[in-house]
Write a new protein. Structure first.
Lengths: 219, 422
């Protein structure tokens, strides 16, 4: 993981629609370095192991397992690989499933090329990328009371500050604007978001498991 | 006895409940033979007494087996009752059958007491067998009609899962009923043999038959198993094909139409974007299907308001709503104010526009944010009713508040209202 701010990050695009891959490639031209494309799960796993990109841009819905299968396949050879999920779907179960599988962020396909490049850079630097909608889902999931089974307050609850940050993301604020509004540094905002991502991936809150289960039932 | 009637049931014989006194069997017979039903009835009564009541059993059998409805009505009359009878109707029919059975038993017992009686050894097995045959015949009639009913019932896309469950339960019920019918007939045969003291000789034959039967079952089991599997697979395939056809029909009606429209309007980017957005929304709600989360609550109303603004001003609004509640007067006021704020954002700033709403235990908050050049709320002419009346005034009248902050980075309208009874 050569963290470099100098050269643009290398990216592999994984999507089963060739038309969409080429569209994204065109949009990202000059912003990041697209080093490969894959149209299927197996192809993607092989390609990522081969070219070792900084970030994998991953479609959630694909035949034979979807984005989660790619993450699982790659994690054997490259456990530190960074993924950014990209999908037309904004159903909670889709979003939650792929983030819990290991993606460091989720954006919808309507995102502009520049925003997408910015999100890729952020994921490359190890930060999390939350769309307003993902922030809404997380607030929803962590809203209810804790049940007996969920005993880990470290993982199963959001702090007040994290809630505030998520609310501002849901309201359409950029990280910089959030930092300004809360009088904290952008780095602190990112730390909060990363903490939320970690909770999202590791918590046993039943809302999260329920969404994950629903997702599995559909596939 | 009665066998003649059964034989003809394959032909045009049917019950005529309209013209009949009890179930219309005799009226149907009369019509079929071309004799006044009254004559048939008199003859029937004479024969009932002469047969020691057993003809009554044949009557009940005919009731169960013969399709209802006058002959002129054709097949429809025959198929309607067994196939698509809803729960209560079926239960009523079950009670009716039970009543008829008990009534017949009473009549038979009176005949027995009066001495107009063949013999226990003959009569009871016949009654049992008749019940079994009635069940089995009823079964095959129902099966036939259900097969007919499948293609017409299939294209209803609304609730496939419960349908399938009901179907499975129905087929289980059919299996039970069939098994019960077979058991009744077999029991009747055994009872007959036993009562006539021929069972001793028959036992050896029976043992041989059972042994051979078991052996045959062992041999045939794998074949039958495979056959069953194949049938299940074919069924699944059929369901898949139907679903595919349904999907194709939907895509044709919606997506293909929209794509055609978009090609025609290719020169008008805003129009194309609006078409695409509307189609996307429609497709999403279709995919979400039965969950239908955006119901008639607060979240649904707010989403609908945002969609109206999107359509009216050809812009996109990013909507995020956390939680939901019933739409009361205050919720409606907030939705109205939010719509006005969205309209302003669409008119003066353009995309991206964010709408975030959160329903908490005690209150509802909503934020409408745009990235326009901003304006000074205080400097806005008080005559501009949009902000002063539709947003701030509306919120305050309903016990809420509205706050507008505007700057170089855009405008944000914050709406806040307490919830009733929370």
């Amino acid at each position: 993981m050569s963290a470099g701010t100098g050269s643009p990050p290398t990216v592999v695009i994984v999507d089963d629609h060739a038309l969409f891959r080429s569209g994204v490639r065109t949009e990202l031209e000059g912003l990041v370095d697209v080093v490969g494309e894959a149209g299927g799960v197996e192809e993607a796993v092989r390609l990522v192991a081969d070219v070792k990109p900084d970030v994998v841009l991953l479609d959630v819905h694909m035949p034979s397992g979807g984005g989660a299968a790619v993450i699982a396949g790659v994690s054997e050879s490259r456990p530190g690989q960074r993924f950014l999920a990209l999908s037309v779907s904004d159903a909670a179960e889709d979003v939650i499933a792929v983030v819990r599988a290991g993606a460091r962020g989720y954006v919808t396909k309507s995102i502009s090329g520049e925003e997408l490049a910015a999100a890729i850079r952020r994921v490359h630097e190890g930060d999390a990328v939350f769309s307003p909608r993902l922030a809404g889902f997380v607030l929803d999931a962590f809203a209810g009371e804790l049940t007996e089974a969920e005993v880990d307050p470290e993982l199963d609850q959001l702090t007040m500050r994290e809630r505030e940050v998520l609310r501002l993301i849901a309201r359409g604020y950029l990280y910089k604007e959030i930092a300004l509004k809360l009088s904290i540094s952008p780095k602190t905002v990112e730390a909060h978001v990363s903490a939320v991502l970690r909770k999202l991936q590791l918590s046993n809150r039943h809302e999260l498991s329920r969404w994950a289960v629903e997702r599995r039932l559909i596939d | 006895m009665g066998a003649g009637d059964e034989q003809r049931s394959a032909g045009g014989l049917r019950r005529d409940p309209e013209a009949g006194l009890v179930a219309g069997v005799l009226a149907g017979v009369g019509e079929r033979v071309g004799v006044d039903p009254l004559l048939v009835r008199i003859l029937f009564l004479v024969l009932v007494v002469a047969s020691g009541g057993l003809l009554l059993v044949a009557y009940a059998l005919a009731w169960a087996i013969l399709p209802g409805g006058p002959a002129g009505e054709g097949e429809r009359g025959a198929t309607a009752p067994p196939a698509d009878a809803p729960g209560p109707g079926r239960r009523r029919r079950g009670r009716l059958a039970l009543g008829v059975g008990l009534l017949m038993l009473a009549v038979l017992l009176s005949f027995r007491e009066l001495g107009i009686w063949w013999s226990d050894a003959l009569a009871w097995p016949l009654v049992l067998a008749a019940a079994g045959v009635a069940l089995l015949w009823r079964q095959s009639v129902a099966d036939g009609t259900e097969l007919d009913a499948v293609p017409t019932a299939a294209p209803s896309p609304t609730a496939p899962a419960p349908d399938r469950r009901r179907e499975r339960r129905a087929s289980l019920l059919r299996l039970y009923r069939g098994g019960f019918g077979v058991a009744l007939v077999l029991g009747a045969a055994l009872l007959f043999l036993f009562a006539n003291d021929t069972l001793g000789a028959a036992r050896d034959v029976a043992v041989t038959a059972i042994v051979i039967g078991v052996a045959a079952a062992l041999i045939l089991a794998p074949f039958l198993w495979r056959l069953g599997r194949k049938l299940a697979a074919e069924r699944a395939e059929r369901i898949r094909t139907q679903e595919k056809a349904e999907l194709a029909a939907h895509l044709h009606d919606s997506v293909l139409q929209t794509l055609t429209l978009m090609q025609k309007r290719a020169g008008e980017p805003e129009e194309v974007a609006a078409l695409a957005r509307r189609q996307e929304r429609e497709l999403r709600s279709w995919l979400a299907g039965e969950d239908g989360e955006e119901g008639d609550g607060f979240a649904g109303a707010l989403t609908a308001a945002a969609e109206q603004v999107e359509d009216a001003h050809r812009t996109a609004v990013e909507v995020v709503i956390v939680g939901d509640c019933e739409l009361d007067e205050r919720g409606s006021a907030l939705v109205g104010a939010a719509r006005e704020a969205l309209t302003n954002a669409a008119k003066f700033a353009g995309p991206p526009i964010s709408l975030y709403a959160e329903v908490e235990d005690g209150r509802i908050e909503a934020y409408v944010r745009d990235r326009g050049t901003g304006f000074d709320p205080a400097a806005v002419n008080a005559g501009r009713r949009g902000i002063s009346e539709s947003i701030v005034g509306r919120m305050e009248r309903n016990g809420g508040s509205a706050e507008i902050s505007s700057g170089d980075h855009g405008t944000e309208v914050q709406l806040r209202i307490d919830r009733d009874g929370a």
